[in-house]
Design a protein around this ligand. Structure first.
Ligand SMILES: [Zn+2]
Length: 364
């Protein structure tokens, strides 16, 4: 059976409020999401395994040291300076190439890209645990074909795993949080896979463009990034996610965006997915990370796209047809009547095709 990972520490973070078009609103990225998604995992007959603690090193392979220090220390620093209950930025630098600031308000503006990633007393613990969950799933897949236990061969357990990550990660760059994301779990998983595979692809199917992931790998040819999302001309994260963003330097041609008109449903989404999968096929990666957002659902409170549960089953089937090892990393998808159903349908569809795919032969 597919291995699934989750840590209870991931439930500790609760950002409470953020600002949308000037209005303070409750943050939809709540701990309850993980409980709902965990229910779908149980219904699929999968056990949730607690990840091991793999330490900071796999996280530091993606994230800047100053940023990791900031996430661990800004809350007590902010409190000692008489700051509010949550660390929320109110000023940002024109660019981040200048001298590193020492004031707590300046550091908050330097590392927090928007108001939707407040730092509370528990944020670091949950973000760290969420990253460990992604690492556990990536290592399970990465190390599977090296294991002596031959009983896994021929079933789905060795070459796929699901990381129930929360908080999500794909809006976080190497040194900037954003959009409910602190540590880029999908990027960390991809880098873990790179230890074995020369080429890895990250396919992001979240409603929102994976801007953090794109930024992290923008100049690299060894990790291809692809994202299908609501058109950023009209939707968060606005500044990134356009089709003309193709990568730079050695990474040119290794970033692919598929912006979809607001309100697009199954047919339009599946058509973009076919295009993205054809590009992945040409790239021929040793392993693939799916940044598995479920907020493209027609029932999601963000309301950007209108994918149905049947659509998620089809998306899962098409992705499951990839023959290489696959790590599923949970991204967005918010509390709604269909949240659990969408994950159930996706993984069910995925397993139909992926369970019979061959094990990787090992390093390329
Ligand atoms: Zn999203």
């Amino acid at each position: 059976m597919m291995h699934a990972y989750f840590s209870d520490d991931q439930l500790r973070h609760h950002g409470k409020t953020f600002i949308v078009a000037g209005e303070r609103k409750p943050i939809p990225e709540v701990p309850e999401r993980a409980e709902i998604l965990g229910g779908a995992v149980s219904r699929l007959g999968l056990a949730l395994h607690a990840p091991g603690d793999f330490g900071i090193e796999p996280i530091a392979a993606i994230h800047d040291g100053k940023y990791l220090h900031f996430l661990q220390t800004i809350y007590p620093e902010w409190q000692a300076a008489g700051g509010s209950e949550l660390v929320i930025p109110n000023i940002h630098p024109f660019d981040r190439n200048g001298p590193y600031p020492h004031h707590h308000v300046a550091k908050a503006g330097f590392h927090l890209g928007d108001t939707s990633c407040p730092v509370s007393e528990t944020t670091w613990y949950s973000a760290y645990a969420s990253a460990q969950t992604a690492i556990a799933a990536a290592r399970h897949v990465r190390d599977a074909s090296d294991a002596s236990d031959a009983s896994d061969v021929g079933d789905e357990s060795a070459n796929t795993a699901y990381a129930l990550c929360r908080p999500p990660g794909h809006h976080a760059s190497s040194n900037i949080a954003g959009g409910f994301c602190y540590l880029n779990n999908s990027a960390i998983a991809a880098q873990e896979l790179r230890a074995k595979y020369d080429k890895v692809a990250i396919l992001d199917i979240d409603l929102h463009h994976g801007n953090g992931t794109q930024h992290i790998f923008y100049d690299r040819a060894d990790v291809m990034t692809l994202s299908i999302h609501a058109d950023p001309c009209d939707f968060y994260p606005f500044y990134w996610g356009h089709a003309q963003e193709r990568g730079i330097g050695a990474g040119f041609g290794f970033n692919h965006n598929y912006p979809l008109p607001l309100g697009s449903g199954d047919a339009v989404f599946l058509n973009a997915l076919d295009q993205a999968l054809a590009v992945i096929d040409d790239f021929n990666p040793g392993a693939v990370v799916i940044a598995l957002g479920l907020d493209a659902s027609h029932d999601d409170p963000f309301g950007g796209l209108t994918v149905s549960p049947d659509g998620f089953a089809r998306i899962g089937e098409k992705i499951g047809a990839l023959t290489c090892p696959i790590v599923l990393v949970q991204e967005g998808g918010y509390v709604s009547n269909l949240l659990a159903e969408n994950l159930y349908q996706f993984i069910n569809g995925f397993r139909v095709n992926h369970k019979n795919s061959p094990l990787s032969e090992g390093p390329e």
